[in-house]
Design a protein around this ligand. Structure first.
Ligand SMILES: C[S@@+](CC[C@H](N)C(=O)[O-])C[C@H]1O[C@@H](n2cnc3c(N)ncnc32)[C@H](O)[C@@H]1O
Length: 193
């Protein structure tokens, strides 16, 4: 299914060109809210007002991928650099095209396999920093053991999928919920636990 740039932004009319005005209401920010995300209309305006025809666009600081995604919707070829590997995967996952039947099949496979093929905790726990999983150090840890085991079982199941595009999307979606299932608190100073 193809949707236009206007459909993507929900035909909204912005009242400010502030760089992150209202982006939290656009569907793609629901995947993983990114505070610094740009207003897609800013990209549209830059492309439309350029004196030379824009056919490709390089964004060296990709973030949540607004520039690349807006460009793709506007028929401009995007190239993006992002130093954070999670965000780099998030951008690629947003730019990818999916076959819905294959996605549903692979999702079912991940859920089923993650409950049937329970990996051995010892496989991963010794390789992690000691505060990652309870008992942690001085009662401080990021994930309790049950949650850590489920995460590892899901990651192991995702690794068994043959379709790398689907696998990347599932990895990104899992990454998007990790803060909520951890002891981590996000505040103005960063992340604490
Ligand atoms: C403010 S965000 C960009 C937001 C983006 N325009 C959007 O709409 O989502 C800046 C991004 O640049 C990335 N970054 C910072 N230094 C970098 C570097 N040296 N190379 C690549 N990416 C870098 C950061 O990880 C961050 O995600």
């Amino acid at each position: 299914m193809f949707i236009s740039f206007d459909e993507w932004i929900n035909q909204r009319k912005i009242t400010s060109w502030g760089t992150n005005f209202g982006t939290s209401q656009i569907a793609f920010q629901g995947w993983r809210h990114f505070k610094e995300a740009y207003v897609p209309e800013l990209i549209e305006r830059a492309i439309n007002e350029s004196r030379i025809p824009v056919t490709s666009c390089l964004d060296p600081f990709g973030g949540s991928g607004t520039t690349a995604l807006a460009c793709q919707f506007l028929g401009v070829h995007p190239s993006t650099i992002e130093v954070n590997p999670y965000l780099a995967d998030l951008i690629e996952a947003k730019l990818s095209t999916y076959n819905i039947h294959s996605l549903v099949d692979d999702f079912g496979f991940v859920i089923k396999t993650s409950y049937e093929d329970i990996p051995n905790v010892e496989e991963y726990i010794n390789y992690l920093p000691p505060t990652f999983v309870e008992p942690g150090i001085n009662n401080r840890w990021i994930f309790n053991l049950g949650v850590a085991n489920r995460i590892y079982a899901i990651i192991s199941a995702i690794k068994k999928i043959n379709n790398p595009i689907n696998a990347r999307l599932f990895k990104v979606l899992l990454g998007g919920i990790l803060v909520e299932v951890s002891n981590t608190v996000v505040n103005g100073k960063g992340r604490r636990y």
